[in-house]
Design a protein around this ligand. Structure first.
Ligand code: T46
Length: 134
């Protein structure tokens, strides 16, 4: 788990954060999506990826991210529009505890591809186990 800190260009008008590919984050951005209007108690995600890097920025409100690399888990709290959570492909992720006003912005290194998803937890454990053993 790694955080990227972005520079807020603040002045009397307010704040502006710019994120440049390969400069502020380590990959070219091919896709941007955002999650908002999340209902109370919702937990989403429940998957890993085979080949996808992502930066998650909670640009408004807050949410939590559960990360699991097959051996260790972590809970991350996101509530800063100038901070990005970097998630590599072989990480199981779940997003939860969204505040009603939360907007979770995601920068992704690849186009959307359903066949890149590992949606079964046992398959995920097998996948990361095999990756570690070459
Ligand atoms: C991830 C976490 C953080 C698209 O059509 N294009 C897209 O780029 C995406 C991301 C989704 N969709 C469609 C597919 C589903 O019908 O939007 C619907 C909801 O997607 P999903 O159930 O995969 O959403 P989450 O919140 O479970 O997961 C998403 C990303 O899919 C995933 O890559 O890492 O956010």
């Amino acid at each position: 788990m790694q955080f990227y800190k972005f520079i807020p260009h603040g002045d009397e008008r307010g704040q502006l954060v710019a994120i440049e590919a390969l400069k502020d984050i380590p990959f070219e951005v091919k896709r941007v999506y955002y999650i908002y209007d999340t209902k109370e108690g919702v937990r989403r995600g429940f998957h890993a990826h085979k080949n996808l890097e992502q930066i998650l920025v909670c640009v408004h409100g807050s949410c939590k991210i559960h990360l699991d690399n097959g051996t260790q888990t972590e809970e991350v709290f996101l509530n800063k529009p100038d901070e990005g959570l970097y998630i590599t492909s072989d990480t199981w992720r779940e997003m939860y505890d969204f505040s009603p006003d939360a907007v979770l912005l995601v920068l992704a290194s690849e186009h959307y591809n359903e066949s890149d998803y590992i949606r079964n937890y046992d398959e995920f454990l097998k996948y990361v186990g095999e990756s570690k053993n070459g």
